[in-house]
Design a protein around this ligand. Sequence first.
Ligand SMILES: [Zn+2]
Length: 404
Amino acid sequence: MDHKLYYADAYRDVFTAKVLKQEREEDGNWYAVLNQTAFYPTGGGQPYDAGMIGSSKVINVEEIAGEIRHYLETPLTETNGELVCRIDWERRFDHMQQHCGQHILSAAFEQLFDYETVGFHLGNEIVTIDLETETLSEEDAAKAENMANQIIIENRPIEVKWVTEEELSHYPLRKETKVKDNIRLVIIEDFDYNGCGGTHPHRTGEVHGIKILSWERQRKNIRLQFVCGNRMINQLGQKQKVLLGLTKLLNAPETEMVQAVTRLLETNKSTEKALDQARDQLLDYEARELLAAHTDSAPMISKVFQNRSIQELQKLARLMTLKEETAMVFVVSENENRLQLVCARGAGRAENMKTIMADALAFINGKGGGNPSFAQGGGEARVSGQQMLDHLHAFLTNEGEHVR
Ligand SMILES: [Zn+2]
């Protein structure tokens, strides 16, 4: 255990060490094993320490087969003599704050409501615990958060003790330990007794504070997100920036943000509804105008448009064939590199639109479908909209007998 300097002193960020070996794993990653180290390897929910060994960057640390492997971005050029090693203290202290905050928050939930913590994840931005309960009220979450912050304000000492399994029975442990001898006990007096191999600050005050952010049900548990220490300040900064941006955009104070957005969404909804109605009216007008231009008894209406949706073409064709039962309608839209088209006829005619559409789609490598009175489809813009119409008319003239 002596070679694990982080156990003797969690605040040690610079040390010297001899290289016991430097090897390359099968996947090509270089790693070094030192005679002693302050680099914490991933474990117990706490991520590894980053930093430097000599002039090589440490990018991961894992304890494998009883040795602590320091994975290096580039191999060490010098492996003889003592090397100066330095851990990324900002990263480590952040882990100490989050990890210790987790101890405190988990203990608070257990003391207040008997909710056991069954999972813990220390991510890059957010920390989560999984509580063994299916529901959590706002009120209870606030109570646990208050208790946790009270423990932090009291700045209680955090003690680390190595104990035997027998000695362990003298302490009210929160959870049974997995390790059976040489147990490392982390104690916040009269509050939390925990078997833990992580790094902890000397006093609870160093956690600075705990803020619960949100929670959601995850199978039979509640997954709760929170942050401690400097992450609280960062979160506040980020959220403040977003809120300030919104207060300017919505021209409303922070406290009225929800009402302002609700109003905006309602306005948007009614505007969309009004726009839909106006569009329908416009289509109706357009259909009447196209019909009015044809005075013959069984009008054949065909037109090319630009950038109109298939839905619009469908509505337009439907309106015309409903207003004039003897009408046949071919409408095509040129949409960038696509052609969209609708073929429709009124109830007073007999041509099969499905047959006509199938021929048209083969012409432009397209896809579509429909029924004998109404068909739609789209394909590649191999020809212009007008050429498509000419093709449709030619087919109708040549094959007229077969499409009825
Ligand atoms: Zn711990």
